[in-house]
Design a protein around this ligand. Structure first.
Ligand code: PLP
Length: 401
C-alpha cells in the first residue's frame, strides 16, 4: 500500500530517482539466486561488455558496484590517487560541492575552482593552472559533467583539449551521474580516465548500482595509488574477473536482471536516439519556461542541460511552495532548489525512460501551480510552445516503423 495514496500515476519529474519502465520492473520481480552458479557470471560477463557501450568506450574496464553515485565517487578517487595529491575540482552547484567535500575528507589537496551557481566550470582558470604547472603537481581534474542542482552541462571535450594542449598527464575523473546514457558522453574520444554513474538516473533503475569505468591509464594509476580502500578496491574485482566468477561480494541479483532489461530497452531504442530524445525533452522544457516568462538558472545556452532544467522564480515566490503544491495537489514530483538556490529555483527532471507526452503533463501541472502561487502565467502557454516544437520534431518510434 502507498504510504500516502494519490489516484493515478505519480508524475515523477525529479532529476533522479526516475521512472522505472514496466519491463524492467517485471525483470526484477524474481527470487534470489546463487550468484556462484554459472548463470550469474554468464550474465555479468555480458553486462560488463554492454555497459561499456553507454560510456562509449572499448578500452575501459567497468565495475558495477553495489552502491550509489556517492560511493562511485569514492571508488574513482581512492583507486587512482594518494592522500595529499593535488587535484583541480570545479565547484558549480550542490553535487560538485558534495564531491569536493568528499575529496577534502579523503585528504587530497583540493584546488577548488568556483563559479557562480548557474554557470559552468571556469575552463579559463583551468588553462592558467595547467600552463603554470610545469612540474605536473596536478594529479587529477575532477569535474561533474552535468550539475544536477543547477542544470548546467560542462564541456568535457574542451577539458580534454586543454590537457592535450599543455601535454599535461593529469587524470580526468568525471561524474556522469545525471549525464551518462542521456547526454552525449564519449569516454574514449574525450580521454576520460574514470567515468561514473548511478543506476537511478538515466538507466531508469532503482538506486543501488554505481557503475565506474576506468581507462587503462586509471588502472595503471591504481597500482601506485595509496588511498585506503577496502570495499571499493578495484583489485578485488579484477581478481574475480580473472577467475571468471566476477563478484568479490554479493551482488543484488534483482538489480542485475533489471540492468539487463534496462540496457536491452536502451539498445532497442538506440543510444543515439535516446540522446536525441533527451535533447527534445530539454528543448521543449526550455521553450515552455521561456513562454511562461521565467528564466533558466543556467546562464548561457552553451551550458543548457538536456536532463534537468532549474527554473528561477520571481523573488516574491518561494520555489519550495511550488514543489510542495505540485505533490499535494497535482501528484507531480518536482525537484527542490538545493543549498544556495533553495527557494529560488524548482527543477524539472527530464531524464530516463520518459516520453514527450509525459513531459507535457508535467508542464501543464507546472502552469497550474504557477497560477496557484500568484504568478501571472497564461494557462497553456508553455504547453503550446513545447507542442509546437515537439509536433515538428518527434520521429517515428524506431521499433514501430
Ligand atoms: N552526482 C550527481 C551529479 C548527482 O546528481 C548525484 C545525486 O543526485 C550524485 C552525484 C550523488 O548520487 P547518489 O545520491 O546516488 O549518491
Amino acid at each position: 500500500m502507498d504510504y500516502v495514496y494519490g489516484p493515478g500515476k505519480n508524475h515523477l519529474f525529479v532529476p533522479g530517482p526516475v521512472n522505472i519502465p514496466e519491463p524492467v520492473i517485471r525483470a526484477m520481480n524474481r527470487n534470489n539466486e546463487d550468484y556462484r552458479s554459472p548463470a550469474i557470471p554468464a550474465m555479468t560477463k555480458t553486462l560488463l561488455e554492454d555497459v561499456k557501450k553507454i560510456f562509449k568506450t572499448t578500452t575501459g574496464t567497468p565495475f558495477m558496484i553495489p552502491t550509489t553515485g556517492t560511493g562511485a565517487w569514492e571508488s574513482a578517487l581512492t583507486n587512482t590517487l594518494s592522500p595529499g595529491d593535488r587535484i583541480v575540482s570545479f565547484l558549480i552547484g550542490q553535487f560538485s560541492l558534495l564531491w569536493i567535500d568528499q575529496q577534502q575528507r579523503l585528504k587530497f589537496n583540493v584546488d577548488v575552482v568556483e563559479s557562480e551557481w548557474g554557470q559552468g566550470a571556469n575552463l579559463d582558470i583551468l588553462a592558467e593552472k595547467l600552463a603554470a604547472d610545469h612540474s605536473h603537481t596536478i594529479k587529477a581534474i575532477c569535474i561533474v559533467h552535468n550539475e544536477t542542482a543547477t542544470g548546467v552541462t560542462n564541456n568535457l571535450a574542451t577539458v580534454r583539449k586543454l590537457l592535450d594542449h599543455y601535454s599535461h598527464p593529469a587524470l580526468l575523473l568525471v561524474d556522469g551521474v545525471s549525464s551518462i546514457c542521456a547526454l552525449d558522453f564519449r569516454m574514449d574520444e574525450w580521454g576520460v580516465d574514470v567515468a561514473l554513474t548511478g543506476s537511478q538516473k538515466a538507466l531508469s533503475l532503482p538506486t543501488g548500482i554505481g557503475i565506474v569505468c576506468a581507462s587503462p591509464k586509471a588502472l595503471e594509476a591504481s597500482k601506485s595509488a595509496k588511498s585506503v580502500r577496502v570495499f571499493f578496491d578495484w583489485n578485488d574485482y579484477l581478481k574475480f574477473y580473472k577467475m571468471g566468477t566476477f563478484w568479490p561480494y554479493t551482488p543484488s541479483i534483482q538489480l542485475l536482471y533489471g540492468l539487463r532489461a534496462a540496457l536491452d530497452l536502451i539498445f532497442e531504442e538506440g543510444l543515439d536516439n535516446v540522446i536525441a530524445r533527451h535533447s527534445r525533452l530539454g528543448t521543449a522544457t526550455r521553450l515552455a519556461v521561456e513562454a511562461w516568462g521565467l528564466k533558466n538558472c543556467t546562464q548561457k545556452e552553451e551550458w543548457y542541460s538536456d536532463t534537468v532544467t532549474a527554473v528561477l522564480v520571481p523573488p516574491y515566490i518561494d520555489s519550495a511552495e511550488i514543489v510542495k503544491r505540485a505533490w499535494k495537489r497535482y501528484n507531480l514530483s518536482l525537484g527542490l532548489g538545493l543549498n544556495k538556490v533553495a527557494g529560488k529555483v524548482f527543477r524539472i527532471g527530464h531524464l530516463g525512460n520518459l516520453n514527450e507526452l509525459q513531459l507535457l503533463g508535467c508542464l501543464a501541472g507546472v502552469e497550474m501551480i504557477l497560477k496557484d502561487v500568484g504568478y501571472p502565467v497564461k494557462l497553456g502557454s508553455g504547453v503550446a510552445a513545447a507542442c509546437a516544437y515537439l509536433q515538428n520534431n518527434i520521429p517515428m518510434i524506431t521499433s514501430r516503423v
